[in-house]
Design a protein around this ligand. Structure first.
Ligand SMILES: Cc1cc2nc3c(=O)[nH]c(=O)nc-3n(C[C@H](O)[C@H](O)[C@H](O)COP(=O)(O)OP(=O)(O)OC[C@H]3O[C@@H](n4cnc5c(N)ncnc54)[C@H](O)[C@@H]3O)c2cc1C
Length: 471
């Protein structure tokens, strides 16, 4: 080990304590690979600071030694953003020991949490105060608030509550030079100039290290209606969305689209899953919530479904009759990703489009891809209410995955070009990380990229925060 590395590690040791500087191969291994085992990196060490002050001291030392820092929360990100590169020059800064709920202000309907608090614990803390935090992801047991904000996570309740961006009122951030910006304000109105917190949200650790946040809480839902509908196509699903918005108003929280292929996969890999309405090419999972106990929500949902069927918008529909039935319907949707993982590699896309543009996009992309990749199977599902599709491509039935996966760059280009032409985004909710970094310049205007680079230079002039990610 070079002398200056030994000195450096000694200083870091003194800040976070020897047991929180991980260097042994077995100890660091889980921090050096991403969730999908797509990226494998190396690091000088993994540091586990326990407070904002420790994070700030570590960052100051790194700035002095020009040492790159990769922030990591639950490591559930899907774009390789939390994985260091292969040089071994960076430190991984794991935020999971910053795990305190600093406080709940029930009158202000806010909660202040540290960056490493898992999302599920925020749900529990909010529920204990009779309130709710609506960000909802299948990874909620492992992902952290710091990661959620840094990726501007979406999930299944964006339709009603917005992305993580809309749910944060204040942030505490350690800047690239080690100074701490205390922006932990719990204000719903604050027009005192530039909204700095929004720059750090969705920045994937490239502009600062988020150490704490003030989050918005909402009235807890006391009545819930969950339904499953079979539809003839995506245009019909969009018509159902419009009808449901009209009849349920902002009680409509989730509106998920699932193709028959995705459903079959989910059920096959999770034996015992229900098959509520067999025989339709597409399905929609709807959820509506009301803060009022015993609100007439099930009746309203039922009326919506009846009208959808009578107007030939839906072919058939069922309303969950119990909490358990609702959970089993959600299981069908939430198990798709895991089923895909078990099935084998897929070429994945996390895209968003104006909702009205989705049917034409699907028809055109399918035509392009069927020509380029004969026999390709489409595994399409997603948050249709937000215009967000997980548009995944599986190898032809019985074909080996490897030759098919080598077509990923071509398929990505075809899909992303179509998305761009339709006014959409190549990353709806997962971010850019290293996965889409090289694609970004094709779809952002030179001016937009220049502004992004100028922001990066302003916040991190030495380029030490998560280098090689996003830009
Ligand atoms: C089963 C499953 C389902 C998922 N469903 C969804 C979904 O519905 N919607 C969705 O949006 N995502 C989803 N994800 C992706 C993932 O869970 C989210 O991106 C999540 O927000 C990442 O949080 P994390 O704590 O794991 O962050 P990490 O993976 O650790 O990090 C993600 C990025 O944020 C940066 N970062 C992490 N913490 C900090 C910090 N404190 N300060 C600065 N930068 C930081 C990292 O450097 C990295 O660039 C899913 C993932 C899985 C595995």
């Amino acid at each position: 080990m070079p002398d200056d590395h030994a000195t450096l590690l000694g200083r870091l040791d003194a800040i976070v304590g020897t047991s929180n500087v991980l260097r042994a191969a077995d100890d660091v291994a889980p921090y050096l690979v991403d969730q999908r085992a797509r990226y494998h990196g190396r690091a000088l060490a993994v540091l586990r600071p326990g407070s904002t002050e420790e994070v700030a001291s570590v960052v100051r030392v790194c700035a002095e030694h020009a040492l790159p820092i990769v922030a990591q929360g639950g490591n559930t990100g899907l774009c390789g953003g939390a994985t260091p590169d292969a040089s071994g020059a960076a430190l991984v800064l794991s935020l999971t020991r910053l795990d305190r709920v600093r406080g709940i202000d029930a009158e202000n309907a806010t909660i202040t949490v540290e960056a490493g608090v898992p999302l599920a614990r925020v749900h529990e803390a909010a529920a204990a105060a009779g309130l709710a935090f609506p960000l909802s992801l299948a990874s909620e047991g492992s992902c952290t608030i710091g990661g959620n904000l840094s990726t501007n996570a979406g999930g299944t309740a964006v339709l009603r509550f917005g992305n993580a961006r809309e749910l944060a009122l204040g942030l505490e951030v350690v800047l690239a030079d080690g100074r701490v910006w205390n922006g932990l304000r719990g204000l719903r109105k604050d027009n005192t100039g530039y909204d700095l917190k929004q720059l750090f949200i969705g920045a994937e650790g490239t502009l600062g290290i988020v150490t704490a946040a003030v989050l918005k809480l909402f009235a807890a839902p006391r009545t819930r209606a969950t339904a499953w509908a079979g539809v003839s196509g995506v245009a019909a699903a969009i018509a159902l969305l419009r009808l449901a918005k009209g009849m349920l108003g902002d009680r409509l929280v989730g509106f998920e689209l699932i193709s028959d292929v995705a459903l079959e996969l989910s059920r096959r890999h999770h034996p015992g899953s229900p098959d509520p309405l067999p025989g339709h090419p597409w399905y929609v999972l709807l959820q509506a919530d009301d803060a009022m106990a015993d609100a007439p929500l099930p009746a309203l949902m039922e009326a919506t479904l009846e009208q959808a069927v009578s107007q030939d918008i839906a072919r058939d529909a069922v309303l969950a009759q119990s909490h358990d039935q609702a959970a089993r319907l959600w299981g069908l949707r939430e198990n798709i990703s895991e089923a895909q993982r078990r099935e084998g590699p897929n070429i994945k896309h996390d895209i968003s489009l104006p909702i009205s543009a989705i049917p034409a996009f699907l028809a055109e992309a399918e035509r392009d891809l069927a020509k380029a990749l004969p026999g390709v199977r489409f595994v399409v599902f997603g948050h249709l209410g937000d215009g967000n599709l997980h548009y995944n491509l599986a190898p032809p039935a019985g074909a080996a995955p490897e030759p098919f996966m080598s077509n990923a760059p071509l398929a990505n280009r075809l899909v992303h070009d179509r998305v761009h032409a339709a006014g959409g985004s190549i990353s709806a909710e997962h971010g850019i990380g290293q996965l889409k970094r090289d694609a970004l310049p094709r779809y952002k205007s030179p001016l937009e990229l220049e502004l992004m680079h100028r922001i990066k230079d302003a916040f991190d002039p030495a380029g030490l925060l998560n280098p090689g990610k996003v830009l």
